[in-house]
Design a protein around this ligand. Structure first.
Ligand SMILES: C[S@@+](CC[C@H](N)C(=O)[O-])C[C@H]1O[C@@H](n2cnc3c(N)ncnc32)[C@H](O)[C@@H]1O
Length: 299
């Protein structure tokens, strides 16, 4: 299946405010957003793109040949290793997974297909989920399910994982999804009972939330005044990090100074909680949970 870029026109409409500017797409994926950025930029504009996933890098190298474009295999929390402070006109984050991750069974993201239990965006470094899940304590597994999946059934799923792995190591997505199903009370709900657990394990194994927090700090430094940061997130954990990262800072003053606290505001919020239209959701179900926020640097 193709990857349909979410909130495409809306996000690039906000992002590219200067056609001759310098932009960064932090999550290239299959380049849906990057292509429209390139189309919108003049021949003086420049676009760099990051992705952690070696498959995305190969795809970009094969499919996009444009002297204004470069692809870099890099995690987005390392913006500062490539770009100086105040050097970019806009940065885009389109978080989470691509449809292509689910289509490729060998990546281990899908509970519907059998594949090795991996789930790393960058499969060339770190360890697959199977390694962790066969060694973590029941308490650690429960914590991950609860913290990153808000899974109410976290305790019984963690227990079932630990009981089952004594008999057989859990190395396949189908094993994990069967174990979750066996203790699920919601077998007949519209959402597959393994949805939240798979989300939780993916967020954990890729350290997604910490990397997002760090990335937004770096992005705020890297854009110049007038520059924009556009973030499309797909669940409330991501969205609250985005919202909190742009809250104005309150400078604390010594108690003896009888003034109201000084509020330091570096960014204006240009758009909050933009959601896909019903047309877009009809065409692309994955877009239904998307939330976009847009910020502009003012000082
Ligand atoms: C939703 S997809 C982006 C889709 C893209 N906008 C398009 O239209 O094709 C998210 C991408 O971000 C990548 N990604 C996830 N975490 C990352 C990180 N910390 N640094 C860089 N890329 C990351 C994933 O590998 C995935 O390809």
């Amino acid at each position: 299946m193709l990857h349909f870029p979410v909130l495409l026109e809306e996000s690039i409409g906000f992002l590219v405010h200067n056609k001759h500017g310098v932009y960064l797409d932090c999550t290239f994926g299959r380049g849906g957003h990057s292509r429209l950025i390139l189309k919108t930029l003049s021949n003086k504009g420049i676009l760099s793109a990051f992705d952690k996933d070696p498959d995305a890098i190969n795809y970009a190298n094969q499919e996009i040949s444009d002297s204004r474009f470069q692809i870099i295999q890099q995690s987005f929390n390392k913006i500062d290793s490539v770009f100086k402070n105040n050097s970019l006109d806009g940065i885009l984050f389109d978080l989470g997974t691509c449809s292509t991750h689910f289509d490729d069974k060998s990546r281990g993201f899908s509970f519907n297909d059998d594949g090795p239990l991996d789930m790393r965006f960058d499969f060339s470094s770190g360890e697959p989920l199977s390694k962790w899940i066969n060694n973590a304590s029941e308490e650690e597994i429960k914590e991950v399910l609860f913290k990153y999946g808000q899974e109410k059934n976290a305790k019984s799923i963690a227990k079932a994982i630990c009981t089952n792995r004594k008999v057989d190591e859990i190395n396949r997505t189908s094993q994990l999804s069967k174990i979750i199903l066996s203790v699920s009370s919601a077998k007949y709900s519209k959402i597959h009972p393994a949805t939240k657990s798979f989300q939780a394990f993916r967020i954990f194994i890729n350290d997604e939330l910490t990397q997002l927090e760090e990335a937004l700090l770096r992005a705020k430094e890297a854009v110049r005044v007038g520059g924009r940061i556009v973030v499309i997130s797909f669940h409330s954990l991501e969205d609250s990090i985005v919202k909190n990262s742009f809250k104005p800072e309150i400078e604390s003053l010594p108690k003896e100074i009888p003034l109201n606290p000084i509020i330091k505001k570096d960014f204006d919020c240009l758009a909050k909680k933009i959601r896909p239209s019903s047309d877009e959701i009809d065409k692309n179900k994955r877009s239904r949970s998307a939330i976009m926020r847009v910020f502009e640097k003012i000082s």
